[in-house]
Design a protein around this ligand. Structure first.
Ligand SMILES: *Cc1c(COP(=O)(O)O)cnc(C)c1O
Length: 376
């Protein structure tokens, strides 16, 4: 028997056992490369602020680590329910909203069913659909990187079980408006599950943008997904939550791997909600930094879609590899999507200072008429 360690550079090895062909054809999840010691890691939309002391204390205090966690995260659900004006049964907690996405997709869609979502959007969607055995239908974004909700609604047919809308959209940072989203919901059949992925909701400053929490209770097929990973800075602890109709949440609970939300994660989420004012001040600071970066990039000659997440999108297209090389050489580790663009997270203030001279050189080299360049 030979054992071949996995490596991105080696050709795929044919496994000895029978595996699902669609899984074999899927790329395994690979995280962005770790940043060098003096580089800024702006590749995962993480919160640059370290955890608050009180949150760390709560994590430490949570631990009888020899015991299983509270399987349903009742204490956390009760607090979230009280804040959102629903019953705790209308809240479901998962080990990150990626886990929740997986549960809802698996609960609704299987072989022969389709899941409709915009593209480009969150990288995890295609793999989660494939693992469920269902088929992806990807609807291209508009030229400005925003969702085309008319085309999305039009792509729904008899095979559709789930439609995903991501606002702000990862990686383009655009939002859908509340009006457009409600128009969209009116067009989607009420027996098709709509997942509104609002992983970056707290960073939104545009008053016209959809706010999922205002819609809960009004649509029988809408589930809104939120996370503690981004705004609350708990990405490493894995905790997210869903709000929606009890019967749909029960189906997700049935599709979940039991006991995966750990007690330290539940404790950290509760402690974060208690310290929300302080955390939201940080969020406001990051949103402010984002707006200044957007303005500076625009002044440099970039066309950058209106940014509402904690990241901006450089639509570098065929120049993506060269642009990413320039960023890496300058100590900026961003997330490059080959032949598409580069997503840059809002990090420390110093990272912005380091970034801007590099982006100026990149945009100056883009040919006139390139989609990432402003006209005129
Ligand atoms: C980061 C992200 C998530 C989820 O993150 P978790 O850490 O699993 O909660 C979900 N959706 C989008 C669009 C994201 O960018």
């Amino acid at each position: 028997m030979t054992f071949t360690p996995a490596s991105a550079d080696e050709p795929a090895v044919v496994p000895a056992v029978k595996l699902r062909p669609e899984i074999l054809a899927s790329p395994p999840y690979r995280q962005g490369r770790p940043a060098a010691a003096d580089a800024f890691k702006l590749s995962s939309n993480e919160n640059p602020f370290p955890p608050l002391d009180g949150v760390i204390d709560a994590v430490v205090a949570s631990g009888a680590f020899n015991r299983y966690p509270d399987a349903s995260a009742l204490a956390l659900r009760e607090v979230l329910a009280a804040r959102t004006g629903v019953s705790p049964e209308n809240i479901h907690v998962g080990s990150g909203s990626v886990a929740l996405l997986s549960q809802f997709i698996a609960a609704a869609a299987g072989p022969g069913d389709t899941v409709v979502y915009p593209w480009r959007s969150f990288e995890a969607y295609p793999g989660l659909v494939t693992v469920a055995g269902a088929t992806s239908v990807q609807v291209p974004n508009r030229a400005d990187g925003s969702h085309d909700l008319h085309a999305l609604a039009a792509a729904v047919d008899d095979t559709t079980r789930v439609v995903i809308v991501c606002s702000p959209n990862n990686p383009t940072s655009t939002t859908v408006s509340a009006a457009a989203f409600e128009e969209f919901l009116a067009r989607v059949p009420s027996d098709v599950l709509v997942l509104l992925d609002e992983a970056y909701a707290e960073f939104v400053t545009d008053a016209d943008a959809v706010q999922g929490l205002r819609l809960t209770g009004r649509y029988p097929n809408l589930v809104v997904l939120r996370t503690f990973s981004k705004a609350y800075g708990l990405a490493g602890l894995r905790v997210g939550w869903a709000i929606g109709p009890v019967e749909i949440l029960d189906a997700a609970r049935a599709a979940a791997i039991p006991l995966s939300v750990t007690q330290p994660a539940q404790a950290a989420a509760l402690a974060s909600l208690e310290r929300e004012d302080e955390l939201l001040r940080r969020v406001a600071e990051l949103a402010d930094r984002r707006d200044r970066l957007h303005a500076e990039l625009t002044a440099q000659g970039w066309f950058i879609p209106a940014a509402q997440g904690n990241f901006v999108w450089l639509a570098t297209g065929d120049a993506t590899d060269a642009a990413n090389d320039a960023l890496l050489a300058g100590g900026i580790v961003a997330r490059a999507f080959p032949n598409s663009g580069i997503r840059v997270s809002i990090g420390e203030e110093e990272s912005v200072e380091k970034l801007l001279p590099i982006t100026q050189r990149i945009v100056d080299l883009l040919p006139v008429g390139h989609p990432a360049r402003r006209l005129g």
